[in-house]
Design a protein around this ligand. Sequence first.
Ligand code: PLP
Length: 465
Amino acid sequence: MKYVSTRGQAPVLNFEETMLTGLARDGGLYVPETIPVMSAGDIAALAGLSYEEQAFRVMRPFIGDAFTDAEFEAIIARAYASFGHAARAPLVQLGPNHFLLELFHGPTLAFKDFAMQLIGQMFEASLKRSGKRVTIVGATSGDTGSAAIEAFRGLDAVDVFIMYPHGRVSEVQRRQMTTPTEANVHALAVDGDFDDCQARLKDMFNDHAFRDRVALAGVNSINWARVLAQVVYFFSSAVALGAPGRRVSFTVPTGNFGDIFAGFIAREMGLTIDRLVIATNQNDILHRTMTDGRYTKHGVVPSISPSMDIEVSSNFERALFWAHDRDGAAVAALMKELAETGEFRISENAMTALAAIYDSGTADEATTSETITRTLAERAELLCPHTAVGVHVGDQHARRGNPVPMITLATAHPAKFPDAVEAATGVRPPLPSRMADLYERPERLTRVANDLAALQDLIEGKRQR
Ligand SMILES: *Cc1c(COP(=O)(O)O)cnc(C)c1O
């Protein structure tokens, strides 16, 4: 299996190289050259298997010879062993024809654990074999960073630096990043917003001398291996509801477009997905783009669903690549337009291609809170604010009379965002008992300016050699 860049100008890589590289050297994102298809029989045969067995069958065609079957099985087993639910991604019914896919039973209570726990194990297996070390730098709006630190803490061949926007993550998110005591993990509080952190990360990858000097590796949602890990639960949940004999739709609370793009891959692989519905909070750039074809930045406004407070939606580039018939030059031109003018316009043909797959909707702050309140009162489920955005948009979609079952992704546990949940319901959701002492553990972090040179110095200084 070969991987190519969405901008068409970077070397073609195999799976292991793609995983360790992150961002392509032409500034693009790696995608598979061709997407393997599963037959209806292969998909039907997933029914009744454990999540781990399903994960093996869905991901195996993408990894080439990076790992033997036995190694890959062991990696998957270790990745999901720390989850607090035997089904890993249980499906619960929210109402007639509307289901919630609970993706928050991992160690940091958000869906990011599915991918991060897996790539932690894959990095370790791969680096042990080669004897190399890498420096992982990540940018986070909260959940990626905590999941990365949790997945890589204490591993021998890896230093981890996570940049998060100072003052803009929830206390639980911050503490999950700042309380691990292992010397190889570092939380960096950057004076800026998430898009600043993501931009500095891209700058580091584009500084090829620095990149080579520290053996920079990326685990942000641009990393192909993360997208791949997330493809699995689209299969597991659809099959639980009767796929491939029955079609299903998904509503996905979206910021960086990683999770929903994994749904697109599942659909391309042959999974019987009807619609993929993009759900945005008040930072609705993706909803506006789907409405008028213009990707226009307005500035991020902090919300009660902070993990979606994003305007530079990195993985949307992958969707654009397919909407332009995999033409890297066309994607590169759009990204140049965005960098120069703060906007790009999508052609009519490409909009038609996007609209054939994706719908979109949005929930403002008041609607998000009301959805949390109403869902507890009427359906006895406590939602995190990100999930509430999804449930609102998923309900809206169902009201258009579509008979296909809707699965909304529950992306985080309500206890990860207790202030917003308490404000909406009067109920303060407790942390699961396995992490109940989080508020007592001492914190360790470094405050740093939104400045490339300052960040690079810090990383070079603290890295273990
Ligand atoms: C990261 C995150 C999202 C957004 O996911 P993307 O893949 O970036 O679109 C939504 N909800 C929660 C809780 C998250 O952590």
